[in-house]
Design a binder for this molecule. Structure first.
Ligand code: CA
Length: 325
């Protein structure tokens, strides 16, 4: 099979960092058919400029600065999302925990991230998988600029949306969808490739804080050193379940999905309380195209093996082979 060519679209974010380290492990592992062609940055957890710096820092840490980084959209397609006045962003104002890190300059390509998605999709027709870890502004803008894109991607794996109307940003809004509901709507309605959605609720049901503190913290690797610094506040919180990491694991190793359902889904744009909520046609009442596979259950031991591997632990592929899989 042809290589899986991957574009990571990110609003990094400490959980994006975990996801990107998993993708980088796949990129570097000769046993995994996975190559990162570029990383596009988008406004979300922090400003797009901070995201560009954070992604540069991740690639520098992984000695992978040959992967091109593109600056994408600096705001939502329609109405900018403003965090409540007294709210501190979950990943800190700079996305990386507001800790004291050495100053670095972002290493960016000249091209905008939206145009880079279009260009790479044309360069590798039918081969490009998108790992979407932030608000979907870049993707939606790309398909509006180049409608042919809706048929030329291999797949999109999205961290975002919700299945039970559980919000983490507003009462009914998951962060990535709520920051740019129009972009989430366009993405789900327009792209015709398989779309896998890893919703908020599946992350909310997990807590791997003990694993994080007792196992991951002790791994000696540049990636883990960086995570131990930028997650210094997040690991003190009640739960540790890095949402974006699960989307990365799903893209790298689809066997991590144990339960999923293919449905028609869309996004509420006009509700006072429900703007940005993902709406699933459970009973097929709209009789519309089933446009997304929603992940409901995962193989947790395999997922944790993949996270370990992302930070320099043993390859999860070797363990699977030992098990005769
Ligand atoms: Ca993210």
């Amino acid at each position: 099979m042809d290589d899986k060519i991957v574009i990571i679209d990110t609003d990094a974010g400490t959980d994006d960092a975990t996801a990107i380290f998993i993708a980088l492990a796949a990129h570097k592992d000769p046993n995994v058919n996975f190559r990162i062609a570029g990383i596009t940055c988008v406004n979300g957890n922090t400003t797009v400029d901070n995201v560009c710096t954070n992604v540069t820092r991740i690639l520098q840490t992984a000695d992978a600065l040959e992967i091109p980084i593109f600056r994408g959209c600096e705001n939502a397609m329609s109405i900018p999302y403003v965090l409540g006045e007294h709210c501190v962003p979950y990943h800190g104002y700079d996305g990386f925990g507001d800790v004291d890190l050495p100053k670095i300059e972002p290493k960016l390509e000249d091209e905008n991230g939206v145009l880079a998605i279009i260009k790479l999709a044309k360069e590798y027709p039918g081969q490009v998988s998108i790992l979407a870890l932030g608000p979907l502004t870049n993707l939606a803008m790309a398909v509006r600029l180049e409608p042919g894109l809706r048929k030329t991607l291999r797949e999109i794996v999205v961290m975002g949306g919700n299945t039970e109307a559980v919000g983490n940003t507003t009462v009914c809004g998951e962060f990535n969808f709520r920051v740019d509901p129009e972009a989430a709507h366009v993405t789900l309605a327009t792209f015709e490739c398989p779309i896998v959605v890893v919703p908020w609720e599946i992350n909310k049901r997990q807590n791997h804080k003990d694993f994080r503190l007792s196992e991951l913290t002790k791994i000696k690797s540049p990636a883990m050193d960086l995570m131990n610094r930028i997650e210094v506040h997040n690991v003190k919180k009640v739960r540790w379940s890095p949402c974006d990491a699960l989307a990365a694991a799903v893209l790298v190793e689809p066997k991590v999905i144990q339960d999923s359902k293919v449905v028609h889904t869309t996004v509420e744009l006009f509700g006072h309380h429900t703007r940005g909520q993902m709406v699933i046609d459970h009973e097929n009442l709209l009789n519309q195209r089933k446009n997304a596979e929603i992940v409901h259950g995962i193989d947790i031991p395999l997922y944790l093996d993949i996270i370990r591997w992302g930070f320099g632990g043993p390859s999860y592929t070797l363990k699977n082979n030992e098990n005769g899989e």
